[in-house]
Design a protein around this ligand. Structure first.
Ligand code: DGT
Ligand code: MG
Ligand code: MG
Length: 269
């Protein structure tokens, strides 16, 4: 086909190819979920239905994109870790982040009524939307530190929110008074308020709230060979197995060494 005289505009397009041989992490995060969660009456501080909806949406992404080896989520965010050798879309950043965020958003909208119930229909003025970014991490240690950072953040926010909403909902304090009370407090102070004033032992709070959610693909019989060493048909078969593999959901610590020592295949993918 002959080129049109408009063809030259293509030269304005730019691609960012993410660095080879590095871990790619794509994080999606709910846009304006502070207001969104209010609009749809999410339970405070944690709405199990909303967290389940996030987890199920992330599983849709993971089933669709087999390069994801682990995902971690809490609150309104999810991080997807792609294997180091991932060649999806030639590692083009904009293709990757737009595909992840649109797949996730589509799943979240589609599964909304399944998890939030038929009594909370979405209205077009307040649709759940997400932003997304990609970051590459050059070493296993930095990838682990990234995931530890997100899980530590989950814990810090959850302890704060649990105490804040106990003061407001059970202690009948105003939001301003509760925020003032918690200003400059340490973890042990919040634990103490929860225990002595509300009889809540923070350690007994649900693990999904304290630790967030880790998703892993259970792939027992997948070939461990390099994709380059497989024929086209073998590759298709492996891809099929990965798509069908069960996805395991965990609410455990990933900051310590145990998680990684028990699952060496994650970093050796
Ligand atoms: P952004 O991300 O800059 O567009 O703004 P936000 O408002 O999404 O802020 P972000 O992502 O830092 O914080 C997430 C908000 O979502 C936070 O205000 C609490 C809310 N949220 C997330 N999960 C729940 C939940 O289960 N229950 C309630 N009540 N709120 C939640
Ligand atoms: Mg957000
Ligand atoms: Mg967030």
């Amino acid at each position: 086909m002959a080129n049109s005289r408009f063809e030259y505009v293509r030269s304005f397009e730019r691609e960012n190819y993410l660095l080879p041989d590095t871990w790619i992490v794509i994080r999606v995060d709910g846009r304006g979920f502070h207001r969104f969660s209010d609009r749809y009456n999410f339970e405070k501080p944690n709405d199990l239905r909303a967290l389940t909806l996030m987890n199920e949406s992330a599983k849709v992404v993971m089933r669709d994109i087999t390069d994801v080896i682990l995902a971690y989520g809490d609150s309104d965010e999810y991080s997807f870790v792609l294997r180091k050798q991932c060649q999806l879309f030639e590692r083009r950043e904009s293709k990757l982040i737009s595909t992840f965020v649109s797949t996730f958003t589509a799943a979240y909208n589609q599964l909304w009524s399944v998890h939030m119930g038929p009594d909370a229909p979405l209205d077009v003025g307040h649709m759940p939307t997400f932003d997304s970014r990609a970051v590459v991490y050059p070493s296993d240690k930095i990838l682990r530190d990234y995931l530890s950072w997100r899980q530590a953040d989950c814990h810090i926010n959850n302890l704060y929110n649990t105490t804040f909403w106990a003061l407001v909902l059970k202690g009948n304090q105003t939001r301003t008074a509760a925020a003032l009370r918690l200003k400059d407090t340490f973890s042990k102070d919040k634990n103490e308020i929860l225990f002595s004033e509300f009889g809540i032992n923070y350690n007994n709070e649900p693990e999904i709230f304290k630790k967030g959610t880790i998703l892993l693909r259970v792939t027992k019989d997948v070939t461990l060979k390099n994709p380059q060493d497989l024929s086209e048909r073998q590759l298709q078969r492996e891809e099929k197995k990965l798509k069908k593999a069960e996805i395991q959901e965990l609410h455990i610590d990933l900051i310590g060494d145990d998680f990684w020592n028990e699952r060496p295949w994650i970093l050796n993918n």
